[in-house]
Write a protein that binds this ligand. Sequence first.
Ligand code: F6R
Length: 241
Amino acid sequence: MRLIRACDYDDMSRKAANALSAQVILKPNSVLGLATGSTPLGMYRQLIEWYEKGDIDFSEVTTVNLDEYIGLAPDHPQSYRRFMDDNFFRHINIKPENTHVPNGLEADEFKESARYEALIYSCGGIDMQLLGIGHNGHIGFNEPGAAFEKNTHRVPLTEATINANKRFFPDGDVPREAYSMGIRSIMQARRILVIVSGKGKAEIVKQAFFGAVTPHVPASVLQLHNNVTLVGDEEALSLYD
Ligand code: F6R
């Protein structure tokens, strides 16, 4: 694993944006696996800024996102499709038809899972997969205990996640399930870029990258991948050495 140390969130965002833009500059038709959440926001802002300056071109890039809530329409304010459109895609020159997020409105889980895997395959596989890590070590929506050999699949959300999400759904209609790339889909990416920031992530970073490889800490599986770059700020890496 390659470790890139950053001093704070902004520095982490810049360094991660550098890694992602190097990928796109070296291979303009890259397939990028993308993530939502708070950690990548600064990185997306940085990439938008470099795009506006003319330093990076997304016209040939394809993206596949990790996950989406089941039951949410693409334009729902809390859908991951909407998050990606608002925070990244509509600010750059990526072709909308080249951006992919699981279809939260597809009720047939087997159909949607197979469609998404076939899509990744038909794009030629993921060149670089971006990942954040949950406090419990989840990657995508693969929670502790998730089988390492799963491809894209339907995931029942944990009670903790459902409760944490309640504040975003004033009508009380909180999603209870999601589609997520599985650990196997993630591990098939050629490169993996993990970003972590803040004290709150220090303990899980230590467990994931220094502890045993176990389904109890899903991110620990990344120790078995041969091309992982971890970009973390001082706080997130504070228990690392
Ligand atoms: C996001 C995703 C999640 C997040 C993780 C960290 O698409 O799949 O696994 O990467 O929950 O979230 P933040 O960055 O908000 O700490």
